[in-house]
Design a protein around this ligand. Structure first.
Ligand code: BTN
Length: 248
């Protein structure tokens, strides 16, 4: 993989910038990273705010030969790569909350935003990731940083380099059925969500059940009253443990 890394001191959102490049046919391996985002975006139309220089804020363009419904596997591949990179550089081993939050205990260390882009060069996925390095951001007690967890200071660029090494390895796995199966298994091992009672808020309905696993395309399989139902990150508006829901 040839990585083409663009650095911005300030930008609105690395995901927005890279999605524009992807539409214009930018090659796989194009990467944007920024010291500061003035309009960083999270999932579910949330904002993603980090003080300048305190986080790795980057987006990676991938063009795996997968169907649209399987492209979320590419997002999981980047989440797992981020986890592996963090273990290597800081010893912190976050778990994943489905679909792709990186948590330490109950606190969020990083979040991912995967966006599918239709382009002249075919389907692409822009995977954005924000990893709190020296500041947990404005989310207070619900978030943490690598510095808080390990006392280790990591420069964003150093983490990006290791992240890209890990992504290169998992990107290759996406090309074969065996590779995707090994990714699926790594994903299941990393997910704290499995075995938990979850409440899934869809646009028009709410479902509760026990999360049991992820299927071959990365969808969450949930036991709902004895029937296994699959949900993808696009369908799911909000996933909460039943405990969290009962605190409302
Ligand atoms: C979430 O947890 O809701 C996802 C957060 C994703 C944030 C990253 S920061 C780099 C990239 N650019 C964005 O605007 N968002 C992602």
């Amino acid at each position: 993989m040839i990585w083409r890394v663009e650095h911005f001191e300030e930008i609105d959102s690395t995901n927005s910038w890279l999605a524009g490049e992807a539409k214009d046919g930018a090659p796989e391996g194009t990467v944007a990273y920024a010291d500061f985002q003035s309009a960083g975006r999270g999932r579910l139309d949330r904002k993603w705010v980090s003080p300048p220089g305190s986080a790795l804020l980057c987006s990676i363009l991938l063009r795996p030969s997968l169907g649209a419904s399987e492209l979320y596997l590419a997002v999981a591949a980047v989440a797992l790569s981020a986890r592996a990179a963090l273990v290597r550089l800081s010893g912190v081993r976050p778990s994943l909350k489905w679909p792709n939050d990186l948590l330490v205990g109950e606190q969020k260390l990083a979040g991912l935003l995967g966006e599918i882009v239709q382009s002249t060069a075919g389907l692409a996925v822009v995977v954005g990731i924000g990893i709190n390095l020296s500041d947990a951001g404005p989310d207070g007690v619900r978030a943490t940083s690598v510095l808080d967890e390990s006392g280790v200071t990591i420069a964003p660029r150093a983490l990006l380099d290791i992240l890209l090494e890990e992504v290169e390895f998992r990107r290759a796995l996406l090309e074969t059925a065996e590779g995707r199966e090994s990714l699926r298994q790594e994903y299941e091992r990393a997910l704290v969500t499995l075995g938990q009672s979850v409440r899934i808020e869809l646009v028009n309905a709410v479902r509760s059940g026990i999360a049991r696993g992820v299927d071959a395309s990365g969808q969450l399989m949930v036991d709902v009253d004895g029937t296994t139902m699959s949900f993808n990150a696009g369908d799911v508006i909000h996933l909460r443990s039943s405990e969290e829901a009962s605190r409302d």
